[in-house]
Design a protein around this ligand. Structure first.
Ligand code: CIR
Length: 284
């Protein structure tokens, strides 16, 4: 069973102005990523994989929302790099799942969903121009949405998409870069980062009772509002702002009350295909 009560929910601590974490410009692996790799929404987006949805996805709306996302990345100071979209890959806008930056290396994944495996090659081709790449091999599977890095720890979700062999391969490459790996069971959602969203260097917002929460004890945990289950997503930007989803105002209000500088955007169409804010870019 989950040990929710063991956590001291950061949200319940008295707020004394800006929190420490809220003032930190978030870094990845202790470095400040300058590039944001993105991939435009394909015309076939309506065929994207969806866990529970029934409504039809709209590629034009998703494209508009994706453009707003890119504008925010530019405003924050990232240099945008683009992988050409591919109409044979309806999910390719969710580029995060195809590669993970660990230290100075890019780990090109082997996505858990067979239909998504052709997405990795063109992403690897761009990343190879910037940093060394290694590739997850069969029978391992990893989706980048299952990988969360904080300090020198790599948290990896064991999910429907990421298997034990994939995690072992991740552990080996992480060790070469000086990172430990902690496995977190993912129960009630697609990826670890569907339910555990980094909002700063050491703080995450967690959807209660959806992952193995006791594995997160190295992190400061805040909780998503119960009425907004899985609607919250976030991406810490290099200019110190926190990009968040407009669909989760109560959770966002909690973050504002402890000092976060928030920028809220609407990515509802991308969320309808189980995407969030992290999954739309690879930062390096
Ligand atoms: C999928 O099911 O693979 C896509 N429709 C959504 C992937 C979202 N990826 C992510 O959050 N990292």
């Amino acid at each position: 069973m989950f040990k929710l009560a063991e956590y001291k929910p950061y949200l319940n601590e008295p707020s004394t102005g800006r929190s420490k974490d809220a003032t930190i410009s978030p870094t990845i692996n202790g470095m400040d990523p300058e590039h944001a790799l993105v991939r435009p929404v394909p015309a076939t987006f309506a065929q994207a994989l969806v866990r529970n949805g029934s409504r039809r996805l709209n590629a034009s709306v998703a494209t508009e929302q994706h453009q707003t996302y890119q504008q925010q990345l530019s405003k924050a100071g990232y240099t945008l790099l683009e992988v050409p979209t591919d109409d044979r890959c309806p999910d390719c806008v969710f580029i995060e799942d195809t590669a993970v930056i660990i230290g100075s290396v890019a780990l090109v994944t082997r996505p858990g969903a067979r239909s998504r495996r052709p997405e990795t090659g063109p992403v690897a081709a761009v990343l190879q121009q910037h940093l060394p790449t290694v590739v997850v091999t069969e029978p391992g599977t990893i989706d980048g949405g299952d990988v969360l890095i904080s300090g020198s720890t790599v948290y990896v979700g064991r999910s429907q998409r990421t298997n034990g062999e994939g995690i072992e391969q991740l552990r080996r490459i992480s060790a070469t870069q000086g990172f430990d790996v902690v496995t977190v069971g993912v129960y009630d959602t697609l990826h670890l980062k569907s339910a555990v969203l980094p909002v700063g260097a050491e703080t995450v917002v967690v959807t209660p009772n959806s992952v193995e929460e006791e594995q997160l004890d190295g992190l400061r945990v805040m909780f998503e509002d119960e009425t907004e289950r899985f609607r919250f997503s976030a991406l810490p930007l290099r200019d110190g702002r926190l990009l968040v989803t407009r669909s989760s105002p109560r959770t966002v209000a909690r973050l504002e009350s402890v000092g976060y500088e928030i920028e809220a955007i609407d990515i509802s169409e991308l969320q309808a295909a189980d995407g969030g804010l992290t999954c739309l870019s690879i930062l390096f």
